[in-house]
Design a protein around this ligand. Structure first.
Ligand code: PLP
Length: 441
């Protein structure tokens, strides 16, 4: 397959200008300079076409510029763009009603609207402290919850997210994520690894470090995103829910990356048969318009007027985009995520059979991780191979993004067709084959 000439001259010129005036702290996945997009396809400023299996990190859930989302934004923009959360408006209430309908609780839900994932997590942390009157939290190694001072205290996927930023919010204790592929703790004979992690929390953290009545909440990604698209061991969530119930600790599911239909259900935690107390959402909820929500069981939203707020909460354009997105996902794309996701998993398992460098293919729906290893027995991460594969995918017209120590994540729009899946996976396998031939893993 002939490689694209990327970055082309126009892209290079933009990147040069960017370097002069945009904060160098942004991590960039590739020298992709976007011109426009439609569905799963995107084009750069030099006219190169790519298939987008990143979707702005699980954000463009309905594909790029879905006509119904564009129309909803346009129609709302003509009515009014902003009024501030100090007043009321109908589309905001409608959005909150809709979120209450899809929230994974058996009681009504109340939403606090935000502009991003990190802000949704901050709201959850504050509500948990406010409602319980307790100060401590438990988070997980490998987690990503955002970069503001509260959420970043929970983020534990790369040390650089903390380096030189101390002191962060206090009161967060990290424990191993229940990753059955690379367990950090030893299980007892016959014990599910998820139960091992919960036993560790109860015996070691609650038993030796923080009395349970000091712990406000446990914040967890139901499928770990940035940490490697890791699916927890099956016994984990039921055991965690029992632990939370026993000690009155709130279970907070960070669904910023995994939520809103991506895994084939509205929320990834629904795959594990338990209800959380708070859900945080953003990314795919409004197809790319900055929007998020902290959705909580009504009975725990006990804070009074003024305890928490923001200027843009319930922004009407974001709400319009959100409602159009939720309609599309409900009518069509959540089912497609389940079906095309399974199709992708099956195809990737066939690819895995041809490539010993693929240690594990995992995920739910269209949230798929491919873990590259130096050796299937030791499961040692093949980080260099992953980086080369990602770069070669880009040169061959496919956007994918790494996550975790050595995984490639595939989080395409939920509109993905089987033909698009085939095209992308063909490019992926070619890139992997070429990367494997280049040097050691
Ligand atoms: N939580 C999770 C699970 C995420 O994946 C992310 C972003 O990747 C965030 C929170 C933070 O979201 P944002 O970048 O919108 O602040």
């Amino acid at each position: 397959m002939p490689k694209l000439n990327v970055p082309g001259p126009k892209a290079k010129a933009i990147i040069e200008r960017d370097r002069a005036v945009v904060s160098p702290s942004y991590p960039r996945a590739a020298d992709f300079v976007m011109s426009h997009g439609k569905g799963v396809e995107v084009w750069d400023v030099d006219g190169n076409r790519f298939l987008d299996f990143v979707a702005g990190i699980a954000v463009n859930s309905t594909g790029h510029s879905h006509p119904k989302v564009v129309k909803a934004i346009q129609e709302q923009a003509e009515k009014f763009i902003h009024i501030s959360s100090d007043y009321y408006h109908p589309i905001w209430v409608e959005t909150a009603e809709r979120l209450s309908q899809i929230a994974p609780f058996s009681e009504p839900a109340v939403s606090f609207m935000t502009n991003s994932g990190t802000e949704s997590v901050e709201a959850a942390i504050k509500l948990a402290r406010y409602h319980t009157g307790r100060s401590q939290f438990i988070g997980f190694l490998g987690a990503f919850h955002g970069r503001t001072m509260g959420s970043v205290a929970f983020t534990a996927s790369k040390a650089k997210y903390h380096q030189k930023f101390y002191p962060l919010m206090s009161g967060v204790t990290h424990v191993p994520y229940p990753d059955p592929y690379r367990p950090l703790l030893a299980s007892r004979p016959g014990e599910d690894y998820g139960e091992t992690v919960v036993r560790y929390i109860e015996e070691q953290v609650l038993g030796r470090l923080h009395a349970p009545d000091q712990v406000a909440g446990i914040l967890i990604e139901p499928i770990q995103g940035e940490g490697g698209y890791v699916v927890p061991a099956p016994g984990f969530f039921p055991a965690l829910r029992r632990l939370c119930d026993k000690y009155g600790i709130l279970l907070i599911a960070d669904e910023v990356q995994s939520g809103v239909g991506r895994t084939g259900k509205w929320w990834a935690i629904e795959h594990f048969g338990v209800e959380p107390d708070i859900v945080t959402a953003a990314k795919g909820i409004a197809s790319g318009v900055p929007f998020g929500a902290m959705i909580a069981r009504q009975s725990i939203v006990t804070w009074p007027v003024g305890a928490h707020g923001n200027t843009y909460g319930g922004n009407p354009i974001a709400c319009a985009a959100c409602l159009a997105t939720l309609d599309l996902i409900e009518e069509q794309y959540m089912a497609n995520a389940a079906e095309t996701g399974q199709y992708m998993m099956d195809a990737l398992e066939e690819i895995q059979a041809r490539h010993p460098s693929i240690g594990q293919v995992r995920g739910k729906g269209l949230m798929i991780g491919i873990d590259l290893v130096k050796d299937r027995d030791t499961r040692a991460p093949a980080a260099a191979l992953r980086d080369r594969t990602e770069a070669l995918c880009f040169q061959n017209g496919l956007l994918v993004m790494g996550c975790g120590p050595s995984s490639i994540r595939m989080a395409p729009p939920l509109t993905l067709t089987k033909a698009e899946a085939d095209e992308g996976l063909t490019i992926f396998e070619q890139a992997l084959t070429e990367a494997e031939s280049m040097s050691e893993r």
